[in-house]
Design a protein around this ligand. Structure first.
Ligand SMILES: NC(=O)c1ccc[n+]([C@@H]2O[C@H](COP(=O)([O-])OP(=O)(O)OC[C@H]3O[C@@H](n4cnc5c(N)ncnc54)[C@H](OP(=O)(O)O)[C@@H]3O)[C@@H](O)[C@H]2O)c1
Length: 289
């Protein structure tokens, strides 16, 4: 029996992935989610906007696992806001806190529960790359992302915060992949970019004009379906699709998985290490386990 733990399995392409994993023989899926949504899937309460909630999720999960190890950890939940005015109960800007910090804490706390040869998938986005979208981050300052000094007005700061949170997901995947835990235990770490995927709830907080522009852009760019994006992340998590040697960034283009280079900043060891250390301080953990 394979045990898969997943966030972001209740909506969008994550729900498609969760169903595919749930339907896979000899596989136990446990979701962390805000709402059970009357699903047959085992679900534990998890609100990523509170670090205390991440800690209690890990506690209940560990109890539920009763010594069993996690074969696959899929961290797919994510949110976008129309600006950077939102703060979590812990006082962090919400995009950075939900998309990055909460998943960082979860990964750190669940590391002892990961099986030897476990697979870890973290959902990122190609918007982490300024050569793909003009608002992609050209620098990374974790403290400024956690506590932005601007007034948080307007759409551009919001979308930039989202792009930086997705860069943070990618850097976390790289840092964990390079860690002694992952290296000595033969773990497989993947940063998954579903590409622009239509029909999800991700863009609900956008202003009407941005949704209109997105509609036009999606006519010009290739757009993936929720089925394509959901099947791809499920197959990566289940190990049905395996990265080519030395590749970590899986990018879905026209429904097909590709393994391109990441942005230059995502390849920076200084940015990677800096984010890891500052995130540890923010969530109250030591730098190393
Ligand atoms: N759609 C795209 O074009 C696209 C492109 C690149 C990357 N992505 C990434 O793909 C992932 C899935 O996005 P999607 O497009 O499928 O969006 P979606 O339909 O909005 O789904 C987001 C998922 O994250 C969960 N979530 C959000 N905030 C949460 C919180 N505070 N606590 C716990 N769970 C929370 C949602 O749970 P609820 O059901 O409770 O809302 C839902 O399951 C995200 O990481 C997103 O950044 C999407």
């Amino acid at each position: 029996m394979k045990t898969v733990v997943m966030t972001g399995g209740t909506a969008g392409f994550g729900a498609v992935a969760a169903k595919r994993i749930f339907d896979t023989p000899d596989t136990r899926l446990i979701l962390g989610a805000r709402d059970h949504k009357n699903s047959l899937i085992e679900t534990l309460p998890l609100d990523l906007s509170r670090l205390s909630n991440v800690r209690s999720f890990v506690q209940s999960l560990t109890k539920k696992l009763d010594g069993a190890k996690i074969d696959s950890l899929i961290m797919n939940a994510g949110a976008q806001f129309g600006n950077t005015r939102h703060r979590t109960g812990d006082g962090f800007e919400s995009t950075f806190a939900i998309n990055h910090l909460a998943h960082y804490l979860m990964l750190r706390m669940l590391t002892p529960s990961l099986a030897k040869n476990a697979t870890i998938v973290i959902t990122t986005s190609d918007v982490h790359d300024p050569t793909v979208v003009p608002f992609g981050p050209k620098e990374l300052n974790p403290e400024a992302l956690a506590h932005p000094k601007d007034k948080g007005k307007g759409f551009m700061p919001g979308i930039k915060a989202y792009a930086s949170s997705k860069l943070s997901n990618l850097l976390t995947a790289r840092a964990f992949g390079a860690s002694p835990d992952a290296q000595t235990n033969g773990m497989r770490v993947i940063a998954y970019n579903p590409g622009l995927t239509s029909g999800t709830a991700l863009f609900r907080a956008w202003p009407w004009w941005a949704k209109l522009m997105m509609g036009v852009a999606s006519k010009l760019r290739s757009v993936n379906t929720v089925e394509q994006a959901g099947y791809a992340i499920a197959d990566l998590g289940l190990g049905t699709i395996v990265p080519p040697s030395g590749r970590l960034y899986a990018s879905l283009v026209k429904g097909k998985l590709t393994w391109p280079d990441t942005s230059e900043l995502a390849q920076s060891d200084t940015a990677m290490r800096g984010l890891w250390v500052e995130s540890a301080q923010m969530v109250g953990l030591p730098e190393e386990a």
